[in-house]
Write a protein that binds this ligand. Sequence first.
Ligand SMILES: [Zn+2]
Length: 118
Amino acid sequence: MNIAALRHVVENNPELIEGNVPARGNPAAAIGVAKFLVGNNGNVEALSENQRYHYENYIRPLVENVQCSGVFGPEDEDGNDGCVGNGRIDDEDLDGCYLLDEMLCQECQALQTRMQDD
Ligand SMILES: [Zn+2]
């Protein structure tokens, strides 16, 4: 888990977590768990069973193994997701992605930079 990314989400974009919680769920509890993790440096072991459920389902997808949104937009008819890398953002790059509000892997970021330079 990328704690810097989680902190950024909690402080600036908590609706990303809320958006993962189904209507019958408890978004406030999920955000509470996220804040708790930021405060304890991501120590999942410290979570109760119920808290861990929130973490695994609503928080972890935002801070681990996040999908690259690709430079070429949403899926084309071939089912490609527009990513020129492996489709995933390295965990260590996540905080930068949230800061820039661009969920791109390194390969896609490099390609986008090249395209903008042309
Ligand atoms: Zn990519």
